[in-house]
Design a protein around this ligand. Sequence first.
Ligand code: ADP
Ligand code: ZN
Length: 526
Amino acid sequence: MDKYQILKKYFGYDTFREGQEPLIDSILSGRDVLGILPTGAGKSLIYQIPAMLMDGITLVISPLISLMKDQVGSLNQAGIHAAFLNSSLTTGQYYKALELARQGRYPIIYVAPERLVTEEFLDFALHAKIAMVAVDEAHCVSQWGQDFRPSYLKIVEFIKKLPKRPVVSAFTATATREVRDDIMDILLLENPKVLTTGFDRPNLYFGVQSPKDKYGVLKNYLEMHPGECGIVYCLTRKGVEEVCGKLKEDGFSVTRYHAGLGDAERKKNQDDFIYDRYQIIVATNAFGMGIDKSNVRFVVHYNMPKNMESYYQEAGRAGRDGEPAECILLYGGQDVVTNQLFIDNSQENQELDPVARELVAERDRERLRKMTYYCFTNECLRDYILRYFGEYGENYCGNCSNCLSQFESVDVTEIARALVGCVKSSRQRYGVNVIIDTVHGANTAKIRNYRMNENPNYGELAKVPSYKLRQVINYLLLNEFLTVTNDEYAIVKLTAKSEEVLGDEAQITMKMAKEQEHQAKEKKEK
Ligand code: ADP
Ligand code: ZN
């Protein structure tokens, strides 16, 4: 059989999807690969098909027990012998599976990374013919990745022990350069074929709103989309409980998912959603890895997630069938605070030394900031996302809330000057809020304590509302006229471009929502 016949016979498909064939060919020619494809692109086929054609066993390293079970289940259903080796098996089952593996029953074996260098597993692997090691969710090797798993570092250790080096294939949906480089370096890929398929999902509409009444907006949105399936993500379990409870009371067909529920209930709720017994699932980010439901018409983020990687992955669960779908983010200032708390109290990375841990925390703060800018930018949202992942977007997509809003170009030179001037005159020692309050002339204890009421820029723009000062300072940060430190104090600092703002010829314009909206907003604030 060749790859086309296997595709048809076992998987029931006639054609390969974008990116699949070149990677399969490379593996079959014995060359390592790194496949960077968005969620839902069809990464598993890329190692499963060669696994059927290669002489020897393919070990698939995967971080999640549930994912392994799903995949092995569907392979077996398709008539392909496959097994998994992880902590969900009893000792008896584990030895039985290893025994069958020794007899050559399985062309594909899913293994949890922490099993690889155990005595029993090595005893099997060193005497078997391992043709390929396929690393799923390969970004888990990167300490800079959001999902770092120390056990992933055992993969290389394991490969080095093998008598003959197998082909190593690695797959991820995380496209940032650092993570990509980390995967290649840490997994010691040899001259790999690297393939990235486009990250753009043209059928997805992106929208950001900063409503005062999030629940009201959500409810209204759901009422406008009757009969459609969708996911509502919240940052915390408590948030899930609250939102799900209210939606239930309001008569929506809704269930919930978070790590605080028992296994049985989680599984049941997930299935209820997948099989359309409930239309809406309110969930934390624990929901979704490995979920393949094609008719999700919307993903609403009730809170801003911790970074763009998470956002795009979660939002990307909408519209996998290629039909139009919507990704709406409801931003609130509290989301930033909650995420900051997560970073400061992170239980992950405990095995790292304090220096490394602080570095990770700095990265996370930087990522959180980029996520926050997404909520504040007035430019094309799709463009912002694609640029974040290192692709070039166009600056107008016509299918996001910014492209579809009425903006006008506003001269903000005077405001920018006051803000940058204030950072400079206060000798780069304070965070965003102090700078804004100073320029606005707030008479608070904090401002008096810092003696910012004696600052030359104090009250310079008392007539400009704070929210507008905040928009401008976000614009200045986004465009690197100012920057902030990555430590927990987030001190605003000058950059090489700051002087441009202070110079006489400076002219800073930015897109702002049309004036009527502003006035309405100002009235509300009063
Ligand atoms: P990923 O791991 O990239 O998120 P999966 O491997 O789970 O994606 O595949 C997503 C879905 O796409 C699965 O339902 C899979 O069967 C389907 N799929 C994969 N390859 C093809 C193909 N060539 N043609 C049609 N459907 C495919
Ligand atoms: Zn756009």
